[in-house]
Write a protein that binds this ligand. Structure first.
Ligand SMILES: NC(=O)c1ccc[n+]([C@@H]2O[C@H](COP(=O)([O-])OP(=O)(O)OC[C@H]3O[C@@H](n4cnc5c(N)ncnc54)[C@H](O)[C@@H]3O)[C@@H](O)[C@H]2O)c1
Length: 322
């Protein structure tokens, strides 16, 4: 298939673009490099630099594309609280421009990077796709609005859309020829930040809250290896059905506490990684774990890599990227 990958110069888009190329697809990346890197676009893909608003129609029109994989977004929760307008414009506005460009160019399939942040504070765990969506920050709200727009474009314009609601993505793609991983300039994710201590870039890791109602008192989150996540995109692409919008959670279905993650990082790196207790951060739920039953039963997806593999691959990538 000929595929447009928005945000393919970023962490996840770069990994999935590489997997799509290896599966025999033709890939064009559209990215404005606001948080991505031109050298993260995998060899074999063509990079078009620009925003979705500026360039999506020019790229799609007459290009004979079969589908779009839409990763491009701003995704820093704290920044979204400071600058909600930027997030609504950049995430929802640019996504609507993309959807309209797809319609005009006659491209009717899209796989979208949605997020666990659409659910907000969960009422029960593990989180099901049918659970209430009450995002607690503008980032999650913009992603939920894009899910809603996809449902409307499916119903009213016949687009086939799949929203994959990712939980915490980690790890790297290291298959010899392809080396793709996480290189965020502003890093908010736990595993790369813990590994920065082992790399000597930080003194210690901050643990926000040790008095949660969890077995060791620290927050519990669901982690998914980026390579397993990519495999789900290939399945989702095949599952796009004109006129239908589908939502699937994408996590392991297992939770790990902050302390457990730090312990695995210590084992993998052999570094003591000092941890420093801090008060809870406002708005951090105690437990966020996905039910991945729907994607397992309907698309036959199964995660194959455990937390140790995520940490080991992220560690290998971080050392190579230095
Ligand atoms: N990393 C995670 O754990 C996680 C979890 C849930 C959801 N997600 C979602 O997955 C997607 C990818 O996340 P990531 O961690 O790879 O982020 P990233 O910042 O590494 O990648 C995003 C890419 O999109 C590009 N981009 C942003 N806005 C653009 C625009 N308007 N036009 C063109 N290009 C634009 C950036 O330059 C960057 O290359 C995002 O949509 C994010 O919300 C990520």
């Amino acid at each position: 298939m000929k595929l447009l990958v928005t945000g393919g110069a970023g962490y996840i888009g770069g990994v999935v673009a590489a997997q799509l190329l290896d599966a025999g697809h033709e890939v064009v990346v559209l990215d404005d490099l606001s948080t991505g890197h031109a050298d993260s676009v995998p060899e074999g893909a063509r990079l078009v630099r620009g925003t979705l608003r500026e360039a999506a129609f020019d790229v799609l029109d007459g290009g004979n594309f079969d589908a779009v994989l839409h990763f491009a977004a701003r995704s820093l929760v704290g920044e979204s609280v400071e600058k909600p307008g930027l997030y609504w414009d950049s995430n929802l506005g640019e996504s609507l421009a993309l959807l309209d460009a797809m319609r005009r160019a006659g491209v009717d399939r899209i796989v979208f990077s949605s997020t666990a942040a659409t659910y907000g504070e969960p009422e029960s765990t593990p989180i099901l796709e049918t659970d209430p969506t009450r995002p607690t920050n503008p980032y999650g709200a913009t992603k939920l609005a894009i899910d809603t727009a996809l449902a409307e474009y499916a119903r009213l314009h016949g687009i086939g859309g799949v929203s994959l609601r990712y939980f915490n993505v980690a790890g790297a793609l290291l298959d010899g020829r392809r080396v793709q991983g996480e290189r965020h300039t502003v890093e908010t994710h736990l595993i790369p930040n813990v590994l920065k201590v082992a790399l000597g870039e930080r003194e210690s890791v901050k643990v926000f809250g040790e008095d949660y109602p969890t077995p060791d008192g620290t927050c519990v989150r669901d982690y998914i290896h980026v390579v397993d996540l990519g495999a789900a995109h290939l399945l989702a692409l095949d599952a796009c059905e004109p006129g239908v919008h589908q939502i699937f959670n994408l996590g392991n279905g297992n939770g790990f506490s902050v302390r457990e993650v730090i312990e695995v990082c210590r084992e993998v790196t052999g570094h003591p990684i000092p941890a420093e207790p801090h008060p809870r951060r406002p708005g951090d739920p105690a437990v966020l774990v996905a039910s991945s039953e729907k994607i397992r039963s309907q698309l036959g997806w199964k995660p194959e890599r455990d937390l140790r593999a995520m940490v080991a691959d992220a560690w290998e990538f971080a050392r190579r990227a230095r």
